[in-house]
Design a binder for this molecule. Structure first.
Ligand SMILES: Nc1ncnc2c1ncn2[C@@H]1O[C@H](COP(=O)(O)OP(=O)(O)OP(=O)(O)O)[C@@H](O)[C@H]1O
Ligand SMILES: [Mg+2]
Length: 373
């Protein structure tokens, strides 16, 4: 029998109707999330959307105003942080600069009252896990940023939590190091099989690392889905806008034809799109948003556009970005230019396109998203 993906198993960590109010601020509003055992789950959203607050409630450093959190079927409402099967890695390294690496990691074991030998064994094991074997004697203040962050990770892993909560653990690292740590962290998570709840405001980081992501906005969980589903089928304007870049068009529903929605949008005219999975908001005359990602728009030879899936415009700015070209295309009847990203494969074609030239844009019907207005 094939192994089911973690996301389809029953929730190991369940967040049910959780609201957190501080004086005058609703930091988290009616959050409902179910996370599977062994899943790499991310909370993604802009600054102030409530990610840390939700993570701190899972950890037990904060308690919900309403709702409850369950771990392994057990209600955590009356369980203090140090009695939960979870451990947290903070954004700032939170390691002790005056202690050496060994003692920093062993600090995570202090509650377990283990023998000296067992402590040493586990610390060495953790050091090997984070690829820093033999560094135990080094003082923490003599380490690089990336090494320190690994120590903080090792300290959280050393007492083998069932759930590891990570609050922007890579936020302070430079881009190169951050990218290599992302891969390492993902590998580590797979090999130890611990459930990760990972907070980040970096969409690429969330996409590349997670099994599933919850996108948060102003205290609300807007969508919970796999990276691919979030990108290809966002359920609202905020999610579409936060993950990747996208062009929005104000549109009016004209009707349905087969499985398609027919829309009227300024600049595009009449367009055809697949009926979205959630389509309660679609009825003739309804105001909706049509949206298409820049890389899903193709530059076509003149006259090759299909009705309902193309538009004619004039190229404004054209930027060469190495691995792709960015074009701004003006459409008549619309103020804002449409962003088009042309990949390598189209180069032969794009090289010929220049500012001021007329161009036909075309796209697959499925690439035109329809979102609630
Ligand atoms: N202890 C507190 N008292 C009052 N308001 C708080 C408290 N903690 C957080 N908040 C407010 O709750 C909201 C959510 O904060 P939170 O720290 O969870 O956001 P975040 O998504 O982690 O943001 P960032 O990406 O900047 O870390 C913010 O408006 C914040 O000011
Ligand atoms: Mg935060």
């Amino acid at each position: 029998m094939s192994k089911s993906s973690p996301a389809t198993q029953d929730g190991y960590l369940r967040i049910e109707h959780v609201t957190k109010r501080f004086m005058g601020v609703t930091a988290v509003e009616n959050a409902n999330i179910s996370i599977a055992r062994g899943e790499f789950f991310s909370l993604l959203g802009p600054s102030g959307c409530g990610k840390t607050t939700l993570l701190r409630m899972i950890a037990g450093f904060e308690f919900p105003t309403e709702g409850a959190i369950y771990m392994d079927g057990q209600d955590m409402s009356a369980v203090p942080a140090n009695k939960r099967p979870s451990n947290m890695v903070f954004q700032s390294y939170a390691i002790f600069p005056h202690l050496n690496v060994h003692d920093n990691i062993a600090y995570g074991l202090r509650r377990l009252r283990l023998s000296r030998r067992e402590v040493n064994r586990r610390v060495e094991e953790a050091l090997a896990m984070i690829h820093l074997p033999g560094l135990g004697k080094r003082r923490a203040d003599q380490l690089s940023g990336g090494q320190r962050q690994r120590i903080a990770l090792a300290r959280a892993l050393v007492n083998r939590p069932k759930v590891l909560l990570l609050d922007e653990p890579l936020g302070a690292l430079d881009k190169k190091l951050r990218e290599s740590m992302q891969l390492e962290l993902r590998e580590l998570q797979r090999s130890v099989g611990i459930t990760f709840v990972f907070v980040t405001h970096d969409q690429e980081e969330a996409l590349s690392m997670s099994d599933r992501i919850a996108v948060m906005f102003k205290g609300k969980v807007l969508q919970v889905a796999s990276p691919r589903a979030l990108y290809e089928a966002p359920n609202c304007r905020e999610v579409a806008d936060f993950i990747g870049s996208i062009n929005f068009f104000e549109a009016t529903v004209r009707g349905q034809e087969g499985g398609d929605v027919i829309l009227e949008a300024a600049g595009l005219g009449t367009v055809r799109a697949n009926l979205p999975a959630e389509h309660g908001f679609i009825s003739p005359g309804a105001r909706v948003i049509a949206a298409i990602r820049p890389e899903k728009i193709l530059l076509l030879a003149d006259g090759n556009g299909q009705p309902g899936q193309s538009a004619v415009g004039v190229i404004g700015a054209h930027a060469y970005l190495g691995d792709r070209d960015h074009l701004q295309v003006a459409l008549s009847g619309r103020k804002e230019p449409v962003a088009v990203a042309a990949q390598q494969i189209e180069r032969a074609l794009t090289a010929r396109f220049d500012s001021g030239q007329k161009v036909t844009l075309g796209w697959d019907k499925a690439a035109m998203l329809v979102l609630p207005g």
